[in-house]
Design a protein around this ligand. Sequence first.
Ligand SMILES: NC(=O)C1=CN([C@@H]2O[C@H](COP(=O)(O)OP(=O)(O)OC[C@H]3O[C@@H](n4cnc5c(N)ncnc54)[C@H](O)[C@@H]3O)[C@@H](O)[C@H]2O)C=CC1
Ligand SMILES: CC(=O)C(=O)O
Ligand SMILES: [Mg+2]
Length: 604
Amino acid sequence: MWNLARFAASRLSRSRRLFSSAIPGPCIVHKRGADILHDPWFNKDTGFPLTERDRLGLRGLLPPRVISFEQQYDRFMESYRSLERNTKCQPESVVALAKWRILNRLHDRNETLYYRVLIDNIKDFAPIIYTPTVGLVCQNYSGLFRRPRGMYFSAKDKGEMMSMIYNWPAQQVDMIVLTDGSRILGLGDLGVQGIGIPIGKLDMYVAAAGINPQRILPVMLDVGTNNQKLLEDPLYLGLRQPRLEGEEYLSIVDEFMEAVFTRWPKAIVQFEDFQMKWAFETLERYRKKFCMFNDDIQGTAGVALAGLLGTVRAQGRSLADFANQKIVVVGAGSAGLGVLSMAVQAVARMAGKSETAASNFFLLDKDGLITKERKNLDPAAAPFAKDPGQIVGLREGASLLEVVKKVKPDVLLGLSGVGGVFNEEVLKAMHESDSSKPAIFAMSNPTMNAECTAADAFKHAGENIVFASGSPFENVNLGSNGKVGHVNQANNMYLFPGIGLGALLSGAHFITDGMLQAAAECLASYMTDEEIQRGILYPSINSIRHITAEVGASVLRAAVAEELAEGHGDVGPRELAHMSKEETVEYVFRNMWYPIYSPLVHEK
Ligand SMILES: NC(=O)C1=CN([C@@H]2O[C@H](COP(=O)(O)OP(=O)(O)OC[C@H]3O[C@@H](n4cnc5c(N)ncnc54)[C@H](O)[C@@H]3O)[C@@H](O)[C@H]2O)C=CC1
Ligand SMILES: CC(=O)C(=O)O
Ligand SMILES: [Mg+2]
C-alpha cells in the first residue's frame, strides 16, 4: 500500500497498450420514420445508409446524399471553430453560453455524434459542459430551458414517486446523479436550476467512464428554494416555496430513494451539491442501505488527498512525511471536512497515529480559525477544532492571514466557495512558508469563486509553488526563460466516474471507505516521479478514460477484497476474484461504451 513509485512505473507500460472498447452489435429499434429522426439515441442525421433508410421508413425524409460519420464530425467541429472565431471580441460569458448552446443542440439531436466530439475534445469541451460554464448555465437555466432532460421530483409529488419512476422510458438505469439544488458549486441555492449539475456530471460519466448514455438519469429533487430572487422571478421553473426542512425534507428523499431502488435495484446514486447539513445526514442515512455516495464529501476528499500526497513527493520527501505536513484548510463545509477526514485517516494509516493525526491541520470557516472555544461548534468540525493551549499566538477566530503568517503551512487549501479569499497578502505570506515547495489549492468552483487565480498565486507566492484549482486555468508563463507554472485541475472529476463505474461492475450493494480509499490511492499513484517533480499532480484530462479505467478497477478490486462484489451481467463474483490487476483494468475498459453508429434493426 502507498508504494506509489512502483505503481506509476507499471502504469507507463500499461498505458502504451492499445485499449479497445467493446464494439456494439446491431441495435434493435422499435420505431420507424420520423420517430427515429427525433430520437437522439438512434438518430444518425444524414448518416443513415440507404439500406437503413429503406428498412426504417426513412426514404424521402432526408436529403438523398449519405454523409459519413467522419464528415458529420468535421462539419460540427468546423461550425464550433467558426463560432469561436466569430465571437472573439464578445464577453466571455456570452461566448461560453454560445458554445454550450451549440453543444446542447447536438446533444438534443444526435447523441452518438455528441458524445464522440465530447470524448475526442474533452479538454476543450469539459469547461463548457462542466465547470465553469455549467455554473453559468444553472444561473440562467430558466431562460435557457427549451426541453427537459432527466427527471424532476418535487415536494408536490409526495406519495407519487413510486409510480413516477416508471415514467422514465429506459428499462435499465445504471447511474443517477441527484441534487436538491441547495449548494450549486460556489453559487449557492439555485433551486430547480441546479439540474444542470447532474446533467454535466453524467456527461462526464459518459465521456470518462463510458457509462451508456441510455442508462443515465439526472435528477432534480425540488423541495423549494430559499433564493429570494428566484422566488420572485416570474420565469422561475421550480416550486415557488421555501425549502422543506427537517422530517418533511427527509421523507421526500426517502421516498425517492425507495422508488429508485425498487425499479432499479442495481443502480448507483451520486448525491451532488447538497448543502452541508443534508449532505452529511443523507450520506449517513443511506450509505449502508443503498449503493450511493456523496461526491462533494467523498469524491473531493480522494482527489485532494491524491494532490496532497503528490505535493509531499514534489518536495522530495517520503510519503510518511505526510504526517508532518502543515495544512491549512479554508472552508469547513462538506468538501473541506471530507478532505480533512480522509487526510486524517491517511496519516493514521501511514504513521500509525490516530490521536494526534489532526494536529498539523488547521481549519477555518467564515468566522476564522476554528477552535474548541467556538460557540455552537459544528460536531462535524469538532475533531479538527484546535485546542487553544496548543496554538500559541493564535486565537479562536484568527484571520486567514494571521494563521498563514503564524503556521507557515506547507499547503493552503481552499474549499470556501469565496472568490479571491487568498488575496495578495495571504499569498505573499505563503511565500514565507516553511516548505521548500508550498502548495496552493484553490479548489472552489466555478472560476470566479476560486480562492485565487493561477497567475496571482505564482506572482505573489513565488514560482516554486505547486498550484491546483477546481476549475481550469491556463498554465502561467513565468518569464522570458520559458519557465511555465503548471496548473493542475484538482477536481473530483478524476474520481467520481471511476467510483461509479467500479461500484457498478463490482455489483456491490454499498460503497465502502475501503473502495473510496482504493480510488484515492490509485489516483495518487498514477503520476511518475518525473511528472511530480514538474509540479504535475494529476493526469491530463485528455487521458481521463485511462485514469477512470484504473480507478474503476481499483474500486472493483477493493469490493472483491471486502467480499462485497456480486458481479455484473454475465460476470460473477468468482470470475472477478480471479482477475489479475491488469485483467481487471482491461475488463473495466471493455465495459466502457464508445459512440459509433451501430446498424439499426427494426423490430415491431
Ligand atoms: N474542486 C472540487 O472538486 C470541488 C470543489 N468544491 C467547491 O468547494 C466549495 C465549497 O463547497 P462545500 O464545502 O460543499 O460548501 P459548504 O457551503 O458546505 O461550505 C463552505 C464553507 O466555507 C466557509 N466559508 C465561507 N466564507 C468563508 C470565508 N470568507 N473564509 C473562510 N471560510 C469561508 C463556510 O463557513 C463553510 O464552512 C464550492 O465552491 C464548491 O464548488 C466542492 C466539491 C468539489
Ligand atoms: C466539482 C464539484 O463537485 C463542486 O464544485 O461542487
Ligand atoms: Mg459538487
